[in-house]
Design a protein around this ligand. Structure first.
Ligand SMILES: NC(=O)c1ccc[n+]([C@@H]2O[C@H](COP(=O)([O-])OP(=O)(O)OC[C@H]3O[C@@H](n4cnc5c(N)ncnc54)[C@H](O)[C@@H]3O)[C@@H](O)[C@H]2O)c1
Length: 387
Protein backbone atom coordinates (compact mmCIF):
# COMPACT_ATOMS: atom_id res chain seq x y z
CA UNK A 1 0.00 0.00 0.00
CA UNK A 2 1.24 3.51 -0.81
CA UNK A 3 2.59 5.20 2.30
CA UNK A 4 0.87 8.33 3.61
CA UNK A 5 3.23 11.07 4.80
CA UNK A 6 2.15 13.94 7.01
CA UNK A 7 3.15 17.41 5.82
CA UNK A 8 3.54 20.53 7.96
CA UNK A 9 3.50 23.55 5.68
CA UNK A 10 4.88 26.79 7.12
CA UNK A 11 3.48 29.85 5.33
CA UNK A 12 0.08 29.99 3.69
CA UNK A 13 0.55 32.69 1.03
CA UNK A 14 1.26 32.48 -2.70
CA UNK A 15 3.56 29.45 -2.46
CA UNK A 16 1.40 27.86 0.22
CA UNK A 17 -1.40 27.77 -2.34
CA UNK A 18 0.86 26.26 -5.02
CA UNK A 19 2.27 23.59 -2.71
CA UNK A 20 -1.10 22.65 -1.18
CA UNK A 21 -2.50 22.18 -4.67
CA UNK A 22 0.46 19.97 -5.59
CA UNK A 23 -0.03 17.78 -2.49
CA UNK A 24 -3.66 17.19 -3.44
CA UNK A 25 -3.01 16.65 -7.15
CA UNK A 26 0.30 14.74 -7.25
CA UNK A 27 -1.17 11.23 -6.72
CA UNK A 28 -3.90 12.00 -9.29
CA UNK A 29 -1.21 12.60 -11.92
CA UNK A 30 1.52 10.18 -10.84
CA UNK A 31 0.11 6.78 -9.97
CA UNK A 32 1.24 4.69 -8.27
CA UNK A 33 2.42 7.66 -6.26
CA UNK A 34 5.71 7.44 -4.35
CA UNK A 35 3.69 8.49 -1.26
CA UNK A 36 0.38 10.14 -0.47
CA UNK A 37 1.16 13.57 0.99
CA UNK A 38 -1.33 14.29 3.75
CA UNK A 39 -1.99 17.97 4.49
CA UNK A 40 -1.68 17.72 8.27
CA UNK A 41 -0.84 21.18 9.69
CA UNK A 42 -0.46 24.62 8.18
CA UNK A 43 1.31 27.38 10.07
CA UNK A 44 1.07 31.12 9.60
CA UNK A 45 1.90 34.16 11.70
CA UNK A 46 -1.48 34.46 13.44
CA UNK A 47 -4.10 31.89 14.42
CA UNK A 48 -6.58 33.62 12.11
CA UNK A 49 -4.27 33.47 9.08
CA UNK A 50 -3.43 29.83 9.81
CA UNK A 51 -7.11 28.88 10.19
CA UNK A 52 -7.97 30.54 6.89
CA UNK A 53 -5.12 28.64 5.23
CA UNK A 54 -6.31 25.39 6.86
CA UNK A 55 -9.85 25.82 5.52
CA UNK A 56 -8.77 27.03 2.10
CA UNK A 57 -5.90 24.65 1.43
CA UNK A 58 -7.38 21.51 2.98
CA UNK A 59 -5.21 20.94 6.06
CA UNK A 60 -6.44 19.15 9.19
CA UNK A 61 -4.97 21.64 11.64
CA UNK A 62 -3.80 25.23 11.95
CA UNK A 63 -1.08 26.69 14.15
CA UNK A 64 0.76 29.98 14.64
CA UNK A 65 3.82 28.35 16.23
CA UNK A 66 6.11 26.60 13.76
CA UNK A 67 8.56 25.63 16.51
CA UNK A 68 6.13 23.28 18.23
CA UNK A 69 4.93 21.88 14.89
CA UNK A 70 8.27 20.93 13.29
CA UNK A 71 9.23 18.68 16.21
CA UNK A 72 5.93 16.77 16.36
CA UNK A 73 6.45 13.02 16.04
CA UNK A 74 3.53 12.66 13.61
CA UNK A 75 5.10 15.07 11.07
CA UNK A 76 7.20 13.48 8.29
CA UNK A 77 7.82 16.47 6.01
CA UNK A 78 8.33 20.17 6.70
CA UNK A 79 7.54 22.47 3.79
CA UNK A 80 8.95 26.01 4.09
CA UNK A 81 6.81 28.54 2.19
CA UNK A 82 7.63 31.62 4.27
CA UNK A 83 9.54 34.72 3.21
CA UNK A 84 13.30 34.17 3.12
CA UNK A 85 14.12 35.55 6.59
CA UNK A 86 12.91 32.44 8.42
CA UNK A 87 14.00 29.70 5.98
CA UNK A 88 17.24 28.98 7.86
CA UNK A 89 15.78 28.92 11.36
CA UNK A 90 12.90 26.63 10.38
CA UNK A 91 15.02 24.32 8.22
CA UNK A 92 17.68 23.85 10.87
CA UNK A 93 15.09 23.06 13.55
CA UNK A 94 13.24 20.68 11.21
CA UNK A 95 16.46 18.91 10.19
CA UNK A 96 17.45 18.46 13.85
CA UNK A 97 14.02 16.93 14.44
CA UNK A 98 14.74 14.48 11.60
CA UNK A 99 12.10 15.76 9.17
CA UNK A 100 12.47 15.71 5.40
CA UNK A 101 12.41 19.28 4.07
CA UNK A 102 11.29 21.06 0.95
CA UNK A 103 12.21 24.74 1.12
CA UNK A 104 11.16 27.50 -1.23
CA UNK A 105 13.84 29.37 -3.12
CA UNK A 106 16.10 31.18 -2.64
CA UNK A 107 17.43 28.75 -0.05
CA UNK A 108 18.31 31.63 2.27
CA UNK A 109 19.18 35.32 2.52
CA UNK A 110 22.94 34.78 2.69
CA UNK A 111 25.64 32.22 1.97
CA UNK A 112 26.18 31.79 5.71
CA UNK A 113 22.54 30.86 6.29
CA UNK A 114 22.50 28.54 3.28
CA UNK A 115 25.67 26.82 4.50
CA UNK A 116 24.26 26.30 8.00
CA UNK A 117 21.07 24.82 6.53
CA UNK A 118 23.03 22.50 4.25
CA UNK A 119 25.24 21.32 7.09
CA UNK A 120 22.24 20.70 9.37
CA UNK A 121 20.47 18.73 6.64
CA UNK A 122 23.56 16.64 5.88
CA UNK A 123 24.20 15.94 9.59
CA UNK A 124 20.60 14.81 10.06
CA UNK A 125 20.64 12.54 7.02
CA UNK A 126 17.26 13.79 5.87
CA UNK A 127 16.05 14.28 2.27
CA UNK A 128 16.15 17.95 1.28
CA UNK A 129 15.02 19.91 -1.74
CA UNK A 130 14.96 23.54 -2.79
CA UNK A 131 11.93 24.51 -4.84
CA UNK A 132 13.38 25.79 -8.12
CA UNK A 133 10.33 24.47 -9.95
CA UNK A 134 11.05 25.87 -13.42
CA UNK A 135 13.43 22.93 -13.94
CA UNK A 136 10.30 20.81 -13.76
CA UNK A 137 8.68 22.39 -16.83
CA UNK A 138 8.63 19.44 -19.26
CA UNK A 139 10.10 21.57 -22.09
CA UNK A 140 13.05 22.53 -19.86
CA UNK A 141 13.56 18.90 -18.84
CA UNK A 142 13.46 18.01 -22.55
CA UNK A 143 16.17 20.62 -23.22
CA UNK A 144 18.25 18.94 -20.51
CA UNK A 145 17.68 15.53 -22.15
CA UNK A 146 18.85 16.83 -25.56
CA UNK A 147 21.92 18.43 -23.97
CA UNK A 148 22.79 15.25 -22.02
CA UNK A 149 22.39 13.17 -25.18
CA UNK A 150 24.87 15.48 -26.96
CA UNK A 151 22.22 16.52 -29.50
CA UNK A 152 23.45 20.14 -29.55
CA UNK A 153 27.10 19.25 -28.95
CA UNK A 154 29.40 21.07 -26.57
CA UNK A 155 27.73 24.13 -25.08
CA UNK A 156 29.26 27.43 -26.10
CA UNK A 157 26.84 30.03 -24.80
CA UNK A 158 23.91 30.38 -22.38
CA UNK A 159 21.60 33.42 -22.43
CA UNK A 160 19.08 33.54 -19.62
CA UNK A 161 16.53 36.20 -18.75
CA UNK A 162 13.80 36.55 -16.15
CA UNK A 163 11.78 39.68 -16.82
CA UNK A 164 8.65 40.75 -14.94
CA UNK A 165 6.84 44.05 -14.52
CA UNK A 166 5.02 43.81 -11.20
CA UNK A 167 7.38 46.29 -9.53
CA UNK A 168 7.65 48.78 -12.39
CA UNK A 169 4.99 51.03 -10.81
CA UNK A 170 6.81 53.27 -8.33
CA UNK A 171 3.68 53.30 -6.16
CA UNK A 172 3.57 49.52 -5.84
CA UNK A 173 3.76 48.72 -2.11
CA UNK A 174 6.90 47.96 -0.13
CA UNK A 175 6.43 44.21 0.11
CA UNK A 176 8.92 42.05 1.98
CA UNK A 177 10.60 41.48 -1.39
CA UNK A 178 11.98 45.06 -1.27
CA UNK A 179 13.47 44.70 2.21
CA UNK A 180 16.96 43.28 2.59
CA UNK A 181 16.32 42.29 6.21
CA UNK A 182 13.59 39.88 5.03
CA UNK A 183 14.48 39.03 1.43
CA UNK A 184 18.30 39.13 1.59
CA UNK A 185 18.47 40.73 -1.85
CA UNK A 186 16.08 41.99 -4.51
CA UNK A 187 15.83 40.69 -8.04
CA UNK A 188 19.05 38.72 -7.64
CA UNK A 189 17.64 36.41 -4.99
CA UNK A 190 13.98 36.52 -6.01
CA UNK A 191 14.16 35.70 -9.72
CA UNK A 192 17.85 35.84 -10.72
CA UNK A 193 18.40 32.67 -8.70
CA UNK A 194 15.87 30.84 -10.90
CA UNK A 195 18.04 31.65 -13.93
CA UNK A 196 21.19 30.61 -12.06
CA UNK A 197 19.53 27.32 -11.15
CA UNK A 198 18.51 26.74 -14.77
CA UNK A 199 22.04 27.57 -15.93
CA UNK A 200 23.50 25.10 -13.43
CA UNK A 201 20.98 22.44 -14.46
CA UNK A 202 21.48 22.82 -18.21
CA UNK A 203 25.11 23.92 -18.55
CA UNK A 204 27.02 23.36 -15.30
CA UNK A 205 28.43 25.39 -12.42
CA UNK A 206 29.05 29.11 -12.92
CA UNK A 207 32.61 29.98 -11.93
CA UNK A 208 32.82 33.75 -12.32
CA UNK A 209 30.51 36.71 -12.92
CA UNK A 210 30.65 40.41 -13.69
CA UNK A 211 27.43 42.26 -12.97
CA UNK A 212 25.64 45.58 -12.82
CA UNK A 213 22.85 45.95 -10.29
CA UNK A 214 20.47 48.88 -10.16
CA UNK A 215 17.69 50.12 -7.88
CA UNK A 216 15.24 52.26 -9.86
CA UNK A 217 12.58 52.90 -7.22
CA UNK A 218 14.28 53.90 -3.97
CA UNK A 219 11.19 54.38 -1.75
CA UNK A 220 7.77 52.69 -1.79
CA UNK A 221 4.47 53.08 0.09
CA UNK A 222 4.41 51.00 3.26
CA UNK A 223 2.23 47.92 2.70
CA UNK A 224 -0.81 47.28 4.88
CA UNK A 225 -1.34 43.63 5.90
CA UNK A 226 1.05 40.71 5.99
CA UNK A 227 0.63 38.82 2.75
CA UNK A 228 2.68 40.09 -0.16
CA UNK A 229 0.59 41.91 -2.76
CA UNK A 230 3.29 41.80 -5.48
CA UNK A 231 2.48 45.34 -6.52
CA UNK A 232 -0.97 44.33 -7.77
CA UNK A 233 -3.26 46.55 -5.76
CA UNK A 234 -3.05 48.96 -2.86
CA UNK A 235 -1.45 51.63 -5.02
CA UNK A 236 -1.30 54.79 -3.05
CA UNK A 237 0.87 57.72 -3.97
CA UNK A 238 -0.15 59.40 -0.70
CA UNK A 239 0.79 56.59 1.72
CA UNK A 240 3.83 56.92 3.90
CA UNK A 241 6.92 55.65 2.07
CA UNK A 242 9.96 53.76 3.30
CA UNK A 243 13.30 53.00 1.63
CA UNK A 244 13.94 50.11 -0.75
CA UNK A 245 17.36 48.66 0.09
CA UNK A 246 17.64 45.91 -2.54
CA UNK A 247 18.32 45.74 -6.28
CA UNK A 248 15.57 46.12 -8.89
CA UNK A 249 17.65 44.73 -11.75
CA UNK A 250 20.76 42.69 -12.43
CA UNK A 251 22.59 42.35 -15.75
CA UNK A 252 25.56 40.01 -15.81
CA UNK A 253 28.07 38.14 -17.92
CA UNK A 254 28.96 34.61 -16.83
CA UNK A 255 31.89 32.24 -17.13
CA UNK A 256 31.08 28.58 -16.56
CA UNK A 257 33.53 26.08 -15.10
CA UNK A 258 33.38 24.01 -18.30
CA UNK A 259 34.48 26.90 -20.53
CA UNK A 260 31.05 28.03 -21.75
CA UNK A 261 30.21 31.71 -21.49
CA UNK A 262 26.89 33.43 -21.05
CA UNK A 263 24.68 36.17 -19.74
CA UNK A 264 21.90 36.66 -17.22
CA UNK A 265 19.38 39.46 -16.93
CA UNK A 266 16.68 39.74 -14.30
CA UNK A 267 14.31 42.58 -13.55
CA UNK A 268 10.86 43.16 -12.10
CA UNK A 269 10.65 46.57 -13.82
CA UNK A 270 10.21 45.53 -17.48
CA UNK A 271 6.74 46.79 -18.47
CA UNK A 272 4.94 44.24 -20.60
CA UNK A 273 6.98 41.26 -19.47
CA UNK A 274 5.09 39.05 -17.03
CA UNK A 275 6.96 35.84 -16.40
CA UNK A 276 9.38 36.11 -19.26
CA UNK A 277 11.95 33.43 -18.48
CA UNK A 278 13.90 32.82 -21.64
CA UNK A 279 16.78 30.48 -22.28
CA UNK A 280 18.82 30.35 -25.44
CA UNK A 281 21.65 27.86 -25.56
CA UNK A 282 24.05 27.47 -28.44
CA UNK A 283 26.18 24.35 -28.86
CA UNK A 284 28.62 23.10 -31.45
CA UNK A 285 25.85 21.01 -33.07
CA UNK A 286 22.68 23.02 -32.54
CA UNK A 287 20.67 25.43 -30.46
CA UNK A 288 17.80 25.44 -27.99
CA UNK A 289 15.32 28.22 -27.22
CA UNK A 290 12.69 28.30 -24.47
CA UNK A 291 10.29 30.99 -23.29
CA UNK A 292 8.23 30.26 -20.17
CA UNK A 293 5.39 32.42 -21.49
CA UNK A 294 5.04 29.66 -24.15
CA UNK A 295 5.96 26.85 -21.81
CA UNK A 296 4.44 23.97 -23.80
CA UNK A 297 6.98 24.58 -26.53
CA UNK A 298 10.67 23.85 -26.94
CA UNK A 299 12.43 25.25 -29.96
CA UNK A 300 15.43 23.27 -31.16
CA UNK A 301 17.74 23.47 -34.14
CA UNK A 302 19.96 20.52 -35.01
CA UNK A 303 22.87 21.51 -37.29
CA UNK A 304 23.08 17.97 -38.70
CA UNK A 305 19.64 18.31 -40.32
CA UNK A 306 19.86 18.37 -44.16
CA UNK A 307 20.95 21.84 -45.28
CA UNK A 308 17.59 22.52 -46.95
CA UNK A 309 15.66 21.68 -43.75
CA UNK A 310 17.78 23.52 -41.20
CA UNK A 311 16.02 25.83 -38.82
CA UNK A 312 14.31 25.95 -35.48
CA UNK A 313 11.50 23.46 -35.02
CA UNK A 314 8.82 23.72 -32.33
CA UNK A 315 8.18 20.66 -30.18
CA UNK A 316 4.97 20.68 -28.13
CA UNK A 317 5.63 18.67 -24.98
CA UNK A 318 3.41 15.71 -24.24
CA UNK A 319 3.48 12.01 -23.35
CA UNK A 320 6.75 11.36 -25.26
CA UNK A 321 8.65 13.85 -23.10
CA UNK A 322 9.91 14.05 -19.53
CA UNK A 323 7.10 13.59 -16.97
CA UNK A 324 4.74 12.98 -19.92
CA UNK A 325 3.57 9.64 -18.54
CA UNK A 326 2.10 11.38 -15.50
CA UNK A 327 0.82 14.61 -17.00
CA UNK A 328 -1.64 14.94 -19.91
CA UNK A 329 -2.17 12.32 -22.65
CA UNK A 330 -1.96 14.68 -25.67
CA UNK A 331 0.82 17.19 -26.50
CA UNK A 332 -0.10 20.86 -26.22
CA UNK A 333 -3.02 20.44 -23.80
CA UNK A 334 -1.31 23.03 -21.66
CA UNK A 335 1.28 22.91 -18.94
CA UNK A 336 0.81 25.49 -16.21
CA UNK A 337 2.66 26.71 -13.15
CA UNK A 338 0.71 24.14 -11.10
CA UNK A 339 2.08 21.26 -13.15
CA UNK A 340 5.66 22.36 -12.39
CA UNK A 341 4.82 22.19 -8.69
CA UNK A 342 3.06 18.82 -9.06
CA UNK A 343 6.15 17.41 -10.79
CA UNK A 344 8.36 18.94 -8.08
CA UNK A 345 6.20 17.25 -5.43
CA UNK A 346 6.46 13.93 -7.28
CA UNK A 347 10.27 14.19 -7.47
CA UNK A 348 10.50 15.13 -3.80
CA UNK A 349 8.43 12.20 -2.56
CA UNK A 350 10.21 9.87 -5.00
CA UNK A 351 13.49 10.96 -3.39
CA UNK A 352 12.11 10.14 0.05
CA UNK A 353 10.74 6.78 -1.10
CA UNK A 354 14.05 5.81 -2.74
CA UNK A 355 16.26 7.47 -0.11
CA UNK A 356 18.22 9.40 -2.78
CA UNK A 357 18.75 13.17 -2.66
CA UNK A 358 16.73 14.99 -5.32
CA UNK A 359 18.09 17.79 -7.45
CA UNK A 360 18.15 20.65 -6.69
CA UNK A 361 18.82 19.85 -3.04
CA UNK A 362 20.30 22.15 -0.38
CA UNK A 363 23.83 21.63 -1.78
CA UNK A 364 22.59 22.95 -5.14
CA UNK A 365 20.75 25.76 -3.33
CA UNK A 366 24.00 26.71 -1.59
CA UNK A 367 25.86 26.80 -4.94
CA UNK A 368 23.16 29.11 -6.31
CA UNK A 369 23.48 31.28 -3.20
CA UNK A 370 27.25 31.54 -3.83
CA UNK A 371 26.53 32.82 -7.36
CA UNK A 372 23.93 35.29 -6.02
CA UNK A 373 26.52 36.55 -3.55
CA UNK A 374 29.08 36.97 -6.36
CA UNK A 375 26.49 38.89 -8.45
CA UNK A 376 25.83 41.30 -5.60
CA UNK A 377 29.55 41.70 -4.85
CA UNK A 378 30.29 42.35 -8.50
CA UNK A 379 27.43 44.87 -8.65
CA UNK A 380 29.29 46.79 -5.94
CA UNK A 381 32.88 46.37 -7.14
CA UNK A 382 32.30 46.43 -10.90
CA UNK A 383 34.89 43.65 -11.20
CA UNK A 384 34.77 39.97 -12.14
CA UNK A 385 33.99 38.05 -8.95
CA UNK A 386 34.73 34.39 -8.41
CA UNK A 387 31.91 32.20 -7.11
N1 LIG B 1 9.29 28.88 -6.75
C1 LIG B 1 8.70 29.98 -7.13
O1 LIG B 1 8.39 30.16 -8.31
C2 LIG B 1 8.36 31.03 -6.11
C3 LIG B 1 7.40 32.02 -6.40
C4 LIG B 1 7.07 32.94 -5.39
C5 LIG B 1 7.70 32.88 -4.16
N2 LIG B 1 8.65 31.94 -3.92
C6 LIG B 1 9.32 31.86 -2.63
O2 LIG B 1 8.39 31.32 -1.69
C7 LIG B 1 8.57 31.91 -0.41
C8 LIG B 1 7.26 32.52 0.04
O3 LIG B 1 6.86 33.49 -0.92
P1 LIG B 1 5.31 33.85 -1.16
O4 LIG B 1 5.23 34.52 -2.47
O5 LIG B 1 4.47 32.65 -0.90
O6 LIG B 1 5.11 34.92 -0.01
P2 LIG B 1 3.74 35.42 0.60
O7 LIG B 1 4.04 36.73 1.22
O8 LIG B 1 2.62 35.32 -0.40
O9 LIG B 1 3.39 34.34 1.73
C9 LIG B 1 4.24 34.10 2.82
C10 LIG B 1 3.38 33.57 3.96
O10 LIG B 1 4.25 33.21 5.04
C11 LIG B 1 3.70 33.72 6.24
N3 LIG B 1 4.78 33.87 7.23
C12 LIG B 1 5.70 34.85 7.33
N4 LIG B 1 6.53 34.64 8.36
C13 LIG B 1 6.10 33.50 8.95
C14 LIG B 1 6.52 32.77 10.10
N5 LIG B 1 7.55 33.18 10.85
N6 LIG B 1 5.83 31.64 10.43
C15 LIG B 1 4.77 31.24 9.69
N7 LIG B 1 4.33 31.89 8.60
C16 LIG B 1 4.99 33.01 8.23
C17 LIG B 1 3.03 35.02 5.82
O11 LIG B 1 2.10 35.49 6.78
C18 LIG B 1 2.41 34.62 4.51
O12 LIG B 1 1.14 34.03 4.66
C19 LIG B 1 9.71 32.92 -0.56
O13 LIG B 1 10.92 32.32 -0.18
C20 LIG B 1 9.74 33.21 -2.06
O14 LIG B 1 11.00 33.59 -2.54
C21 LIG B 1 8.96 31.01 -4.87
Amino acid sequence: MTRTMNVAMIGGGFMGKAHAMAYAAMPMFFWPAPAIPHRKVVVDVTDGAAETARDRFGFDEASSDWRSVVTRPDIDVVDICTPNNVHAEIAIAAARAGKHIICEKPLARTVEEARAMTEAARAAGIIHMVAFNYRRTPAVALAKKFIDEGRIGRILNFRGTYLQDWSADENGPLSWRFQKRIAGSGTVGDIGTHVVDLAHYLVGPIAEVIAMTKTYVTTRPIQQGGVDKLGASEKSADAERAPVDVDDEVVSMLRFGNGAIGSLEATRNAWGRNNFITLEIHGTKGSIHFNYERRDELQVMFADDPADARGFRTIYTGPAHPYGGGLWPIPGLGIGYSETKIVECFDFFTAIATNRQPSPNFDDGLLTELVADALIRSGETGAWEKV
